[in-house]
Design a protein around this ligand. Structure first.
Ligand code: PAF
Length: 282
């Protein structure tokens, strides 16, 4: 695996791969890699000739400076892991490479309604930052395929919207969420859970699964309230628990009228914020 830190080196590598007619798969990450990320890299490797992964803790998507500071950065371990799953190139830039002072990297596309709900309500400006960095990384890497995880359902929806609006010539592949044996979704934040919160956190997936079982039995509003209360009763501090249309991300009233329905939640386990979702339909 090659490790490239600067844009000039990345440009040479990408140009060579393109000259050879190789299809490039790209997995953007913020590091602190886990099996979920590794699954994305493996899927990119199955679908493409070359896999590029980036590790960049993007400051513009953190609305809370403490969260940015606490974000884990186990870079030596990440490099080993990426090497072990067949990543071809790791792009490991500094802030000045992604946002050079002499280049206007402001993205003038508003994520609109998709970004105003759920994560957008509790993390103002988050998706503007995500769109900005993903667009910038796509400009630098120029991949054929962008691989992202379903765990960040809303993020994927916003990026899909951006690719369409800006007519970017890249396909999006969404990979299923990888879970621990007890159902907890793999996340870079899990390492910060204390033993107590780690033992409580699986209630998130359990509650989402129960929500799926009960979709036909209760009106969505009541079901969402029950989900929220179940997380609170377990000791978590939920921010939201919503049952939404899988495309608009707006809350639904009549399940029969929607093709795709998703339950999404964010909850604090101590001082760690966890998000998860489950597709209720189809
Ligand atoms: O999901 C993430 O890790 C980040 O939001 C992403 C897509 C790498 C952009 O910084």
């Amino acid at each position: 695996m090659l490790l490239i830190r600067n844009n000039a080196g990345l440009k040479v590598f990408i140009a060579e791969m393109k000259k050879k007619g190789h299809r490039i798969g790209f997995v953007p990450t913020m590091g602190a890699l886990h099996d979920g990320h590794l699954a994305l890299v493996k899927q990119a490797a199955d679908l493409c000739d070359v896999v590029v992964c980036s590790i960049f803790v993007n400051p513009t998507q953190f609305n809370d400076p403490a969260d940015l500071e606490k974000y884990p950065r186990p870079i030596a371990r990440d490099i080993e892991l990426l090497h072990s799953v067949g990543c071809d190139l790791l792009y490991l830039p500094e802030v000045a490479d992604v946002y050079p002072p002499d280049l206007d990297t402001t993205l003038r596309l508003k994520p609109g309604a998709l970004a105003n709900v759920m994560e957008g309500e509790f993390r103002p400006g988050h998706f503007e930052g995500v769109m900005q960095v993903v667009k910038r990384l796509l400009d630098l890497v120029g991949p054929d395929l962008l691989v992202m995880g379903q765990k960040d359902y809303q993020q994927v929806s916003v990026i899909r919207y951006m690719l369409k609006k800006l007519r970017l010539p890249v396909k999006l592949h969404v990979a299923e969420t990888i879970r621990e044996a007890d159902g907890l979704a793999r996340s870079s934040r899990n390492v910060r859970l204390t033993r107590k919160w780690r033992s409580i956190a699986p209630v998130i997936h359990k509650t989402l699964s129960e929500t799926r079982q009960n979709l036909a039995k209760m009106p969505p509003k009541q079901l969402a309230e029950a989900g929220f209360n179940a997380l609170s009763d377990a000791g978590l501090r939920p921010e939201y628990f919503r049952i939404v249309d899988g495309t608009t991300l707006l809350e639904i009233k009549q399940p029969g009228k929607h093709e795709v329905i998703v339950a999404c939640t964010a909850a604090w386990a101590g001082d760690v914020r966890l998000i998860d979702n489950i597709i209720l339909k189809p």
